[in-house]
Design a protein around this ligand. Sequence first.
Ligand code: PHE
Length: 465
Amino acid sequence: MENNNQPAKAQDTGNQKTTFSGNLGYILAVAGSAVGLGNIWRFPYLAAKYGGGIFLLVYLILMLTFGYAMIVSETAIGRMTGKSPVGAFQSFGSQKWLKFGGWINAIIPILILPYYSVIGGWVVKYVYEYLRGNSSGISNDTFFGEFIGNSLTSEICFAAFVLAAFFVIVAGVKNGIEAVSKIIMPALVILAIVTAVYSITCPGALEGVKYFLVPNFQDFSIMTVVAAMGQMFYSLSLAMGILYTYGSYLKKESDIEKNTTEVEIFDTGIAILAGLMIIPAVFAFTGGDMATLKAGPSLMFITLPKVFESMGMANVIGSVFFIMVLFAALTSAISLFETSTATISEELGLNRMLSSLIVLGVSLILGTASVFGYGIWSFVEIFGMQILDFFDFLTNSLMMPVSAFFTCLLVIKVVGFDEIAKEVKLSSKFRRQPMYYVVTKYIAPFFLLIILASSIAGALGLITI
Ligand code: PHE
């Protein structure tokens, strides 16, 4: 492989890329993409399922090392080349592996958006039910199962969510949404704190706090690491081209390292808060029943309504909470939609409208499969997983390790650590440079391959998922 250290600025086509108005704009956009269902819905159920405290510990270690290194690589290369992933990879040469590396980054969001929107649809349904005052119905154990088992209702909610994201993209009201979410996000944090405090103080909940915060090494398995790694990519919106794209809009004077730290703190803080809302409540309401703890994707939708119901004024709290979650989910979905649309329009040379229609079409088809997987197609199982879980597994556990591997390879083989350091140091001290170097060069590539192998072994039933 020839070593081509030339960053692509020279080849820049000079197309008028928008840049973020300032650092705050960038942080909000990245945080808007990062904070979403991954923090509030996905993190708590994975933590509950994969051993509580030990999952949290592994997650934190991965986030501070790998997560940090990946954010820096993607953002720095995005800013250096001024391009989103396919273009960024190819601006360093035309070898096949560079093409592949760019494309795998770009395809992941197109596969995540459909099933993300299905969960978004579940949130839509909860908002609707709380607004019409049905809090006691929702807090019933069977409500959620009956709802997702009804393919027509779930399909309508799912379609409403994707169409909302589509509308924001084509109507160009994205900035409006981001402006609103500046108010909604802090409010969400406050309500989450209140709910978490309430959950923790319910009788019996302390066991849950212990389960979530204190690592128990007996609960450790290789799947703890696989799941924590997938979650880290998902939650920080990594390994799927998003930060390349956002980095390409970033001004040279923005401090990459400081921004990264802020996003890490914010994103992880919200995930931990969500864990504290949900996991202790499982103990308070079911005495730490293992089947409930391992409920997976349904956990938030079954446990939170019970918490709200027992808090009093459930319809008000439930409406406010789920509306906020809906906003957080929408800003993330928008970033997925936006990146997918940009890739299609840049690479296939189509205009934005047509590109966004293609993304919409793919989302409607794949998302419908996920919806039906819980209802009329519930007999379909792929490697023992339901369709939605399969898409989640495919993207987070199989494709993301591969795309992250290619990003490491790009840094090691082509861009070079000096170029990355030069780019980051334009505006940052780059204090964690030694760690960045060691993780990217010596740990990440091997580790990613092990993760990938374990995921495949898990899917084939060679180890338990
Ligand atoms: N990070 C988002 C979340 O936590 C989900 C997401 C994944 C958004 C990938 C964009 C890209 O919900």
